[in-house]
Design a protein around this ligand. Structure first.
Ligand code: DC
Length: 233
C-alpha cells in the first residue's frame, strides 16, 4: 500500500495550542514538527544579545542572514540552536516574547525565514505551525488548519504553563499581552495572520487536546484516502 506523505499547515493566534497539537500530530503520523515561531524568536534573541534596537532594521535582517538556526526534534517539543548555542529555553523569555512580533514584521527577516521553511517541507511529511503557513509558506499543503480559542482560555493555558515554570504573572496581564500580540500579527503589512481560504477552522475553546489531535488526524486520513481513490480513477 503506497501512502503519500502530506504537509500539514497549522496557523492561528498566540496561545491557541498550536505547538502542543502540532507536535502530537507529527508524532502520531511519524512526521517532522517545525515550529516556525521559534525561528522568529531566535532572530529576536540574537538581536537582544547584540543590543541592537528594533529601529535598526537593515542590521536585523543582516543578523538573520548570518544566523545558523537549527531545529531538532525532542520528546518535549523541539530543541533550538542558534550558531551552535542551545537557545531552547532562552527564546521563551519574556524579553523575547515582548519583542518578537515587531521583529516578525520586518519584511527582510520574513523573506529569509520563509525560504528556509519552504526548504524544510520540500520532501513532505512535515507538520508546520505559525501564522502564515497555509497562506504563504506552504500554500499547497494538503491539510490546513486554523486554530483559535477565546483570549481568556488562551491566557489561562499560558498561565498554567508559566506557573509550572515558577512565574506569577496575572491572568489580566497575560490577556493584555496576548491581545497585543494578536493585534500586531493581524495588522502587519507582510503576511498578516489571516485564515487561508481553504483552511479548516478549529475553535479549541471547548475541546480537549486529544479531541483536537484526533480531528486533525481524521482530516489527514481523509486526504490520504482521497488521494488513493484518485489514483485508482
Ligand atoms: O508562535 P510564537 O508565539 O512562538 O510566535 C512568535 C511570534 O512570531 C509571533 O508574534 C508571531 C510571529 N510568527 C510569525 O509572524 N510567523 C510565523 N510563521 C510564526 C510566528
Amino acid at each position: 500500500m503506497s501512502i503519500h506523505k502530506l504537509n500539514v499547515a497549522i496557523d492561528g493566534p498566540a496561545g491557541a495550542g498550536k505547538s502542543t497539537i502540532s507536535r502530537l500530530v507529527a508524532n502520531e503520523l511519524g512526521y517532522v514538527y517545525v515550529d516556525t515561531g521559534a525561528m522568529y524568536r531566535s532572530v529576536t534573541w540574537k538581536m537582544l544579545q547584540r543590543g541592537l534596537p528594533l529601529s535598526e532594521q537593515d542590521a536585523i535582517v543582516e543578523l538573520a542572514r548570518q544566523s545558523d538556526i537549527r531545529l531538532f526534534p525532542h520528546p518535549s517539543g523541539q530543541q533550538v540552536f542558534v550558531d551552535g548555542e542551545d537557545v531552547t529555553e532562552a527564546i521563551r523569555s519574556s524579553e523575547v516574547t515582548s519583542s518578537v512580533s515587531d521583529v516578525a514584521k520586518i519584511a527582510g527577516v520574513r523573506a529569509l525565514l520563509v525560504e528556509k521553511q519552504k526548504l524544510m517541507a520540500l520532501e513532505k511529511g512535515v507538520v508546520m505551525d505559525g501564522r502564515d503557513i497555509g497562506t504563504n509558506v506552504l500554500p499547497h499543503a494538503e491539510v490546513k488548519v486554523f486554530m483559535t480559542a477565546g483570549v481568556r482560555v488562551r491566557a489561562e493555558r499560558r498561565r498554567r504553563e508559566l506557573e509550572d515554570k515558577g512565574s506569577r504573572i496575572t491572568l489580566e496581564q497575560l490577556m493584555a499581552e496576548i491581545s497585543e500580540r494578536d493585534r500586531i500579527d493581524q495588522e502587519r503589512e507582510v503576511s498578516p495572520l489571516v485564515m487561508a481560504d481553504d483552511a479548516i477552522l478549529l475553535d479549541t475553546t471547548e475541546m480537549s487536546i486529544g479531541q483536537v489531535v484526533e480531528r486533525i488526524i481524521d482530516l489527514c486520513k481523509a486526504k490520504m484516502g482521497g488521494e488513493k481513490l484518485n489514483e485508482n480513477v
